[in-house]
Design a protein around this ligand. Structure first.
Ligand code: NAP
Length: 287
């Protein structure tokens, strides 16, 4: 006998504001189709004043979970029933997961980054330099520290934010960390293994914006990563390629945080190449 028709799909999605340019739906629904899952990923604009109601709505409508993006990553925490280890350390949630009747806040941004990094190099024992101290940088720094990095240097325009992240790494993760002030041409310290742009420099439409790096100090043995997904070929990605470095673009982190979120929600190991293909189709004119 054939399966009876089912018109009630499982639901996940993203809450944000603004959110209409967030491409996650295309990436996640490509995975649903590929793996034959009768699920939907909804892109939902939620005003900060309505966040509590939106989370209550997700509960009563049986959502399996949802992503949170700007401006809800911190504000959502009081409406959840618990936090995973790294979300707790970072104080930010980008992926809510229903476990039984509880909504648990996780942070998959840093885990997605580390998954991309591990495809090239194991962070264990490595010396890492990170530009930025905002949400993406905190997620990457905490998760790279949990993965065993030996040393992390934070370089950020705002000293207060940079020092706060350095202090978090030292106090909560017992890591050797330092803060280096932002200057016009930062020399990357000798012995650096991994160099990461976790600022929004290079993001569309300001695609010619450049990090203040003295590129003569970028050694071909370094792995260079950029979080900017649009366009994926940032100035940093192009120059690092030219210098012979191994490079991770912002699509790598975006795809891998999605793979981890899908595993939390559905239990499947999604095919990252299908998800990357959906994003490349969207960003094809900027690749
Ligand atoms: N690929 C992915 O999966 C993924 C995931 C998450 C985020 N991202 C990307 O990561 C980027 C950062 O996101 P976020 O959530 O961390 O944002 P955020 O919390 O607002 O932090 C922005 C960071 O960029 C720095 N910055 C911005 N403009 C700058 C400028 N003109 N000069 C110097 N520094 C500047 C800020 O420095 P100050 O502290 O001095 O303001 C801060 O460190 C965004 O472009 C986002 O698209 C990518």
């Amino acid at each position: 006998m054939s399966k009876p028709p089912n018109f009630k799909q499982e639901l996940v999605g993203v809450f944000g504001k603004p959110v209409s340019e967030n491409p996650t739906q295309a990436m996640i629904e490509a995975a649903f189709r590929h793996h034959g899952l009768d699920w939907r990923y909804l892109t939902i604009e939620v005003d900060p004043a309505d966040l509590a109601d939106a989370v209550r709505g997700a509960r009563v409508m049986g959502f399996a979970g949802f992503n949170c993006t700007i401006p809800h990553k911190v504000a959502v925490i009081p409406y959840l029933d618990g936090l995973g280890e790294s979300a707790d350390l970072m104080g930010a949630v980008n992926c809510v997961v229903r476990r039984g009747d509880r909504f648990v806040g996780e942070n998959t941004d840093g885990k997605g980054f580390v998954k991309s990094l591990r495809e090239i190099v194991d962070p264990q024992g490595k010396r890492v330099v990170i530009f930025g101290a905002g949400g993406a940088s905190r997620a990457i720094a905490v998760e790279t520290a949990l993965a065993g990095a030996a040393q992390i240097t934070i370089i950020n325009r705002s000293e207060a934010r940079g020092r706060e992240l350095r202090d978090l790494l030292e106090s909560k993760l017992r890591l050797s960390a330092e803060f280096v002030p932002w200057t016009t041409a930062v020399a990357i310290p000798k012995g650096t293994d991994v160099l990461i742009n976790a600022t929004s420099i290079g993001l569309y439409p300001d695609i010619d914006a450049r990090l203040p790096i003295d590129f003569d100090s970028v050694d071909p043995h370094m792995v260079v990563a950029d979080v900017i997904p649009n366009p994926p070929k940032t100035h940093l990605v192009r120059l690092a390629h030219e210098r012979g470095c191994r490079v991770i673009d912002g699509l790598g982190m975006l795809v891998n945080q999605g793979v981890i979120g899908l595993k939390y929600w559905t239990g499947i190991d999604a095919d990252p190449s299908v998800m990357r293909g959906a994003l490349e189709a969207i960003f094809s004119d900027t690749m």
